[in-house]
Design a binder for this molecule. Structure first.
Ligand code: NAG
Ligand code: NAG
Ligand code: NAG
Ligand code: NAG
Ligand code: NAG
Length: 641
């Protein structure tokens, strides 16, 4: 026996060693070194979490590895404030790189000649920088190139005819540069779906017929200026440059004040004009479609317009001072613009605002909450965000970033594809419903209890969640409950009842949202437990249109000693859980008592609920399986593994 345990511990030890060392070795060390050298020279203004001692794959901001983690295949650093020339022999060492996005930075200098080493490159995004000089002569070294965007830079010289040898090229954008000479024949590139050569005023006309097949905006501003008149018709500098210009002015001395004043005056005129246009549009839209959701689709609208929509322009102006603030260790790489440009879908309208799912260019999905009626000033808001963002716990949905400006307050969270506990419990009740099993309900209860208990420890034990309900609870990767949307009551304008969206969860003593306390959190949590047990919404209507308050209903049923009637019929298929259900019901009832001071503390609840769960796993382990006939027959078929 002892020998056995000795060997087994040896085995476990070696497994651990394998995980520690083997895991670290799986990191692409050479690629990592190259990126660190790149970073040291480029000095981004946004701090990246690229730490020599941490793993690269899945952790470093903007970096993606291949499946076996042997190479880096994508680097995406849009708008992180990279400065200066790309140092040679850094990025080019990532010889398996397929995606390179360094757009919207302040990269200068020529197109790095050593990029020829990046033979696998398929997506190249260097737009919105200040690169200059000529384009690489031989594009055919990148056989896999499918999308190239070098727009809004200062490239000059001719468009290389070698582009015609890229037989996978789908999208080519060279707009807003200073390219000159003849337009090469790209008609042989049959894969090409999108071309933009606009605003290269020195390109020779006439427009070739292959280019005319694309939208006219892709050849606007080509060859229309007679030589000699160039000085009058200089193309306007790209907007990105203007913004950077403004940022620089910010730090310049008094000698630039006059210029600065002109810029400000001009900006005010532009903003005022845009505001007027916006106001007119807004009024017209509301006249057409009625009030409501429309104004919330602002995020969505941006994706449709290719160009600079007014909103985006305004937020760019604000962006000089108000940036998306990321929390440390966050490995997202996007900026406010990406967010505004992302395709957005309304996930739900909550007590404090509307939540969207935004899909970013690199296919990351995030949940963005647009707060309405924030009462706190910038400083208080930021302080509260820092408290919320500082909570790192597996049962609390992590706040990744936030944004505060006069008109817009955003919070960015991870997106949970499985939907909320509310949708798992109440959604799709009907034929195609997948029942939510008891095991999962218990994990939801334990997880969210731990999450809330953790929240209650924050800010010297004073932080209040303030908005606990099943639509704010999600399943984390361990399928355990994970709570979201916390700590907002402190920064929002007080909402007095009827706060319909929160109604069924609101403790009786809470007369407006600011009066929420940790004990009212306990009440709301109790309602969630009742939801898990009964499968019923906190407020629902009966067939006879009678409005039923879940807490009152459970009270009345229990009083009549029909306890068994309380439970969700869906749970009746699981064997040997009655006792646990009754225990959970008692715990839930203790949370929803009227007198706040008689409710248990969150930390006690964690212990109580864990006890219910533990007893099961130690006594009647395999029994909480479904006992339906299907399952039974399936279980009896011998399966080969
Ligand atoms: C890198 O991580 C280590 C531990 O993980 C930490 O001690 C160190 O301060 C970090 N370095 C930087 C530059 O963040
Ligand atoms: C291009 O892509 C293909 C698969 O899509 C891959 O097999 C090949 O190694 C890539 N690189 C080059 C240089 O063709
Ligand atoms: C391109 O611009 C560079 C300066 O950035 C200049 O030296 C060079 O002569 C220009 N080339 C052409 C073809 O205009
Ligand atoms: C390329 O960059 C420009 C400028 O940022 C942008 O408008 C355009 O959508 C990008 N993509 C393509 C496919 O051209
Ligand atoms: C080129 O610049 C113009 C004006 O600044 C802008 O409207 C247009 O969207 C830019 N084109 C691209 C592809 O970014």
């Amino acid at each position: 026996m002892e020998a056995w345990s000795f060997f087994s511990s040896l085995w476990i030890l070696s497994l651990c060693l394998f995980i520690i060392y083997g895991g670290a070795n799986a990191d692409p060390l050479e690629d990592k070194r190259a990126l660190l050298e790149f970073l040291t020279i480029m000095r981004p203004t946004r701090s990246l979490n690229w730490n020599e001692t941490s793993q690269v794959c899945n952790i470093w901001t903007g970096v993606t590895c291949n499946k076996d983690r042997s190479r880096i295949i994508a680097v995406r650093l849009p708008g992180v404030g990279l400065n200066g020339q790309i140092p040679s022999n850094t990025i080019s060492r990532l010889s398996s790189l397929r995606v390179l996005s360094l757009r919207s930075n302040r990269i200068s200098g020529e197109f790095p000649s050593d990029f020829v080493e990046l033979k696998d490159l398929a997506f190249l995004y260097l737009q919105d920088n200040t690169l200059s000089g000529s384009l690489p002569l031989d594009f055919s070294v990148w056989k896999n190139l499918s999308s190239v965007n070098l727009s809004n830079n200062g490239f000059n010289g001719t468009i290389p005819s070698s582009l015609s040898r890229l037989n996978r090229l789908q999208s080519l954008n060279l707009a807003n540069n200073s390219l000159s000479g003849d337009i090469p024949d790209l008609s042989v590139v049959t894969t090409l779906q999108h071309v933009d050569l606009s605003n290269n005023y020195n390109l020779n006309g006439p427009i070739p017929s292959w280019l005319r097949r694309f939208s006219s905006s892709s050849y606007e501003g080509i060859g229309i200026i007679p030589p000699g008149d160039l000085s009058i018709f200089q193309p306007p500098p790209p907007l990105a440059e203007q913004t950077h210009q403004k940022q620089k002015d910010h730090f310049l001395g008094l000698s630039e004040t006059v210029f600065l004043l002109i810029v400000i005056a001009a900006s005010i005129v532009v903003v005022a004009a845009l505001a007027f246009v916006l106001a007119v549009c807004y009024v017209r839209r509301n006249l057409r479609r009625g009030d409501g959701i429309v104004s919330d689709t602002k995020l969505q609208k941006n994706k449709k317009k290719g160009g600079m929509s007014p909103e985006k322009f305004v937020s760019r102006m604000e962006d000089v001072n108000n940036r998306l603030s990321f929390f440390e260790g966050c490995n997202y790489s996007f900026d406010l613009e990406d967010l505004l440009r992302a395709s957005a879908e309304v996930l739900g309208k909550g007590t404090f605002g509307t939540t969207y799912k935004a899909v970013l260019e690199d296919a990351t999905s995030v949940a963005v909450k647009r707060l309405k009626d924030v009462a706190a000033g910038k400083r208080d808001f930021e302080q509260q965000m820092e408290i919320i963002g500082g909570i790192k716990h597996e049962n609390v949905v992590e706040l990744k970033a936030y944004y505060y400006s006069k008109d817009e307050k955003l919070m960015v969270y991870d997106y949970f594809s499985q939907g909320s506990v509310a949708s798992l419990l109440h959604g799709n009740r009907g034929e195609n419903r997948i029942p939510l099993d008891w095991e999962t309900r218990m994990r939801i209860a334990i997880g969210s209890a731990k999450g809330i208990a953790r929240i209650h420890k924050e800010n010297n034990g004073k932080l209040v969640h303030g908005n606990i309900k099943s639509s704010n609870i999600f399943l984390n990767s361990e399928r355990s409950g994970c709570v979201s949307d916390l700590g907002l009551t402190a920064v929002m304008s007080p909402l007095a009842p009827p706060i319909s969206r929160q109604a069924g969860y609101r403790a009786p003593e809470v007369t407006d949202t600011r009066k929420s306390s940790q004990l009212s959190d306990v009440y709301s949590f109790g309602v969630v437990l009742l939801e898990l047990l009964t499968g019923k919404s906190p407020i629902h209507t009966t067939a006879g249109d009678e409005i039923i308050h879940l807490v009152r209903w459970v009270h009345s049923v229990v009083r009549e000693e029909w306890t068994a009637e309380v439970f969700d019929i869906e749970l009746l298929r699981y064997a040997n859980i009655e006792e646990e259900m009754v225990e959970m019901l008692q715990i839930a009832m203790s949370c929803v008592v009227k007198a706040a001071d008689q409710r248990p503390k969150m930390s006690d609840l964690v212990r109580l609920i864990e006890n219910v769960g533990n007893r099961r796993t130690s006594s009647i382990e395999p029994e909480s399986k479904p006992k339906s006939e299907n399952e039974a027959s399936e279980a009896s078929t011998p399966s080969e593994i």
